[in-house]
Design a protein around this ligand. Structure first.
Ligand SMILES: Cc1ncc(COP(=O)(O)O)c(C=O)c1O
Length: 463
């Protein structure tokens, strides 16, 4: 009842300031499913429609300004529309950006840069245009290489809408993460996708003991994104490496969020654990559609020379793969981060810690308990992520169950009420938080903490 009243109040306030967006959404709903193309962007009652974005700010069609922590699905580490990328693209755009369908040398430069950052011998790269495709191809390569059909993934792990990995994404009360997530797949498909618990060494050992010899791949995010902005322990990653080696399983690190986010390489470099295949996306495109599968040559060769008796894995990056414009943007981003890593990562890491502490403090002042996830650990010092959780029990928020089980955490308060309450106060977040960019300033963080304080007062009044 209290929550209903709160949501009603927030929706009314939001509607008052977003009338033009409401009109556009109504129009969009007539021609598009639920009015858009990405469910996460279509929050209730409707999303605002963006007019422009620059640095840390987004302006909507009603003229409202928001401090944005979504930053292009976490792709924009330099903020929206950064000059570094614009400068790199300007001459190319002047000359014409249309797709040619030919190879250009820029992709090879980007591939070289990514490989140089990993400092691991014997790796090869192939580009595609989305993380979903990269994850799909990586699983196909693993299956082709091992001749096995089972995949192990983490409960709460999101690797895009790849059919091979659409299980254990969404938490369902009473069932947890061990449930298929999509219609449209053969009915027993999900039986070959096995789920293990994030950062749980015991469960991993038991699962490998039982299924190790059937597994083609174990795929995980060393820093889990949607699952709660949590870092694996080194012990867990090392165990994953040992077990996959012992059972001949391909170890895939999905670094689509973590790649170039915590250092100018994969977060695997900080952990000192090398997977067989890595997935990169988001940042390596500099705001354009780029993803990469980077893996040991003998596995990657599966898409061209799989050996005499095997069929090749049909990994074609797609019509727009390694589009020159995308590659130039990606190269500019990777170059910039490599050259400025000593400033970029400590800067956003410090800002994020200030924000996390500030948010926890203002909720405490209103006697509301909040736990911010996203903090780094002894390995990753500079984490630029934050997620605001409202625990219902005394829990540590160490795994996706803690973040997504409505018995443990007030998910509705985070996902719906907090979202609208912050929008009303000029801040845009997803899942209660997001990431910092180099475009965010100390002043922005102070303004954001003030917005969370206002939200805490509203919550206190209604709940
Ligand atoms: C860890 C991870 N893997 C894969 C994907 C899918 O990437 P894309 O949205 O580019 O298909 C995402 C998207 O957010 C992700 O966070």
């Amino acid at each position: 009842m209290k929550m209903k009243k709160l949501l009603k109040y927030l929706e009314t306030e939001y509607q008052k300031k977003t009338r033009q967006s409401a009109i556009l959404f109504k129009r969009a709903s007539r021609v598009m499913v639920r009015g858009g193309s990405h469910t996460l962007r279509l929050w209730k009652p409707y999303p605002f429609f963006m007019a422009s974005a620059q640095g840390a700010q987004v302006r909507d069609v009603d003229g409202n300004q928001y401090l944005d922590y979504w930053q292009g699905h976490y792709a924009n580490i330099l903020g929206h529309n950064p000059a570094v990328i614009r400068r790199a693209l300007e001459p190319y755009i002047k000359a014409g950006t249309f797709h040619t369908g030919f190879e250009s040398s820029v992709q090879l430069e980007l591939a070289e840069k990514i490989l140089a950052s990993l400092k691991q011998q014997g790796l090869k790269v192939r580009f595609t245009t989305s993380g979903t495709l990269a994850a799909t191809y990586a699983v196909m390569l693993a299956m082709g290489y091992t001749g096995r059909e089972y995949i192990l993934k983490i409960g709460g792990g999101w690797h895009g809408a790849s059919p091979y990995l659409l299980k254990g994404v969404k938490f369902r009360p009473g069932q947890g993460f061990n449930v298929p997530d999509s219609a449209g797949l053969p009915s027993d498909f999900h039986k070959k996708i096995l789920i293990t618990r994030f950062d749980d060494c015991d469960h991993l050992e038991k699962t490998f003991k039982k299924y190790g010899s059937k597994l083609a791949a174990f795929i995980l995010e060393p820093f889990i994104g949607v699952g709660g902005f949590l870092f694996c322990s080194r012990e867990y990653l090392e165990l994953a490496r040992r077990l996959t080696d012992r059972y001949g399983v391909v170890l895939i690190f999905d670094e689509i969020i973590s790649g170039f986010r915590f250092c100018a390489s994969g977060v695997q470099k900080l952990y000192g654990v090398q997977p067989d295949v890595s997935l990169f996306g988001k940042l390596i495109g500099g705001g354009q559609a780029v993803a990469a599968v980077v893996g040991r040559s003998e596995i990657m060769e599966g898409c061209e020379k799989p050996g005499a008796r095997k069929m090749r894995v049909h990994f074609e990056g797609g019509t727009f793969s390694s589009h020159e414009e995308y590659m130039r943007a990606g190269l500019a981003m990777v170059d910039y981060l490599s050259q400025h890593q000593k400033e970029v990562y400590p800067y956003i890491g410090k800002l994020a810690e200030k924000l996390r502490q500030g948010i926890e403090k203002v909720f405490k002042e209103e006697a509301l308990e909040v736990v911010c996830t996203g903090r780094g650990n002894e390995i990753v010092k500079d984490s630029s992520f934050f997620m605001v959780n409202f625990p219902k029990k005394k829990i540590a928020h160490k795994n996706p169950e803690d973040v997504w089980d409505p018995e443990r955490s007030d998910v509705l308060l985070r996902e719906e009420a907090l979202k609208l309450a912050l929008l009303i106060n000029g801040v845009h977040v997803v899942h209660g938080g997001g990431c910092l960019s180099t475009a965010h300033t100390e002043k922005d963080v102070e303004k954001t903490v003030a917005a969370y304080a206002e939200v805490a007062r509203i919550f206190r009044k209604y709940l």
